[in-house]
Design a binder for this molecule. Sequence first.
Ligand code: 5GP
Length: 177
Amino acid sequence: MHDDIQSILIPAEQIQAAVARLGADITRDYAGVDLHLLGVLRGAAPFVCDLMRAIALPVTVDFIGVTSYGPNVRGVVRITKDLDESITNRHVLVLEGIVDTGLTLSYILRSLATRGPASLKVCTLLNKPARRIIDVPLAYVGFEIPDEFVVGYGLDWRQKYRNLPYIATLKPEVLMG
Ligand code: 5GP
């Protein structure tokens, strides 16, 4: 698996440092509020697991699963796993692994907004602003990254590499193979 890596963009220690920083910011901002975390499957799974333990508040957690229809179909998103709990009148913080064009998150936010949350904000580990098509408000960002396809820490290439502890680029022959 590690042989397929071109270069490590964000080492594991830097990810954990960012998680600690985001956790401290969220703890400060949501003090006294019942915070409901909403992880976007599958890419945000490791981020959710680490970040929830860096938040020193009594949070609740749920997940939403989404998939896009294919690499050539932009902005068409399908919910594969809906929420288990209602978010009406709750303070919701959506946890996402990466925001690229913004189309996926925009779809999720529009769907969630119709359900009447008390507040709705986003925390993403990675932000790739170069390819943004739709402006989405990002309250918390771990890292801004250049326009490169990355894997690891939840992010996949053909469902692999999600278990890498770091964020990295793949060798071109792996991406083409
Ligand atoms: P969007 O373009 O809608 O903001 O992002 C759509 C989805 O594409 C993301 O949730 C993520 O699953 C995937 N994606 C975007 N950029 C990357 C990337 O660099 N690496 C990986 N593995 N997935 C990405």
